[in-house]
Design a protein around this ligand. Structure first.
Ligand code: CIR
Length: 261
């Protein structure tokens, strides 16, 4: 089984509060714009062959549409994480019921162990856990132990400064290849893997999403789309202008896994 083969996903519809999502930039997104992008995203997951559970909005949590951050899922089980920013910590508990419905094993972080799923990159051989402003060493090491319990080897790595999450700047393209921003590629963090670099000026494209034989890529990044199409990938342009305003991309809006069996 390939690490980007999935048959299930969980997403959460954005609430109106999404306009207050955490962001570095000056512009807030519109609710209608995020909703449209989210609808297109859910349709793309389904078109790629996934069965999608759509959770209701959580107005109390402005960033709760980004379900990738409070949990991590594999065919073997799920892990409830502890997002490393106070406004998002409560999102994990809200994910518990749906995880318990789908998974026999639900492990969890505790106490001072903080980790965001956006800092976790799963490759064929191992799971990268990026240290960041959201993921502390205590959290990364605890998460590595939980992954071991699920039969996965972890590698704790540095996320370049000024990058929100490890996967803001890198994504898995195929079994041996990651595609990353130049800064991330040059950091040497991906030793042992083939690394492609997104074109300069299209750094936001590095958060793409490989789903089975489809690669979802932000439509704002035409040179990256062309590069992938020329390399033979089925790159599908997705609207991301609004979610990019709140520092998010295409991996953030779902949890994905392939059921064992
Ligand atoms: C945040 O700052 O937490 C949200 N505004 C964006 C989260 C993006 N999530 C991700 O990259 N996994």
């Amino acid at each position: 089984m390939r690490v980007f083969d999935f048959d299930h996903a969980i997403v959460r519809r954005p609430g109106r509060s999404v306009v207050n999502g955490l962001r570095k930039g000056p512009d807030a997104p519109t609710y209608e714009g995020v909703l449209q992008e989210h609808d297109a995203y859910v349709a793309a997951l389904r078109a790629a062959g996934l069965s999608v559970d759509v959770l209701p909005p959580l107005e109390a949590f402005a960033d709760s549409v980004f379900v990738e951050d409070p949990a991590l899922v594999f065919g073997e089980g799920a892990i409830l994480l502890r997002p490393g920013v106070a406004s998002r910590l409560g999102e994990a508990e809200k994910m518990r019921p749906v995880l318990e419905r789908h998974f026999d094993r639900v492990l969890e972080l505790e106490g001072e162990q903080y980790a965001d799923g956006g800092d976790v990159l799963v490759t064929s051989d191992e799971v990268f856990i990026g240290l960041s402003k959201r993921t502390n060493r205590t959290g990364a090491e605890a998460l590595a132990q939980k992954l071991k319990a699920l039969g996965r080897k972890a590698r704790v790595a540095e996320t370049p400064r000024d990058i929100l999450h490890f996967k803001t700047a890198s994504s898995i393209l195929d079994e041996h290849t990651v595609m990353a921003t130049r800064t991330m590629a040059d950091s040497g963090v991906f030793s042992g893997l083939k690394v492609l670099v997104v074109p300069d000026g299209e750094e936001g494209a590095a958060n793409f999403l490989r789903l089975n034989d489809t690669v979802l890529v932000g439509a704002r990044y035409p040179r990256t789309i062309e590069m992938l199409q020329k390399a033979g990938f089925n790159a599908k342009p997705m609207p991301v202008t609004e979610i990019n305003k709140i520092d998010a991309g295409l991996s953030c809006m779902s949890l994905r896994w392939k059921a064992r069996g």
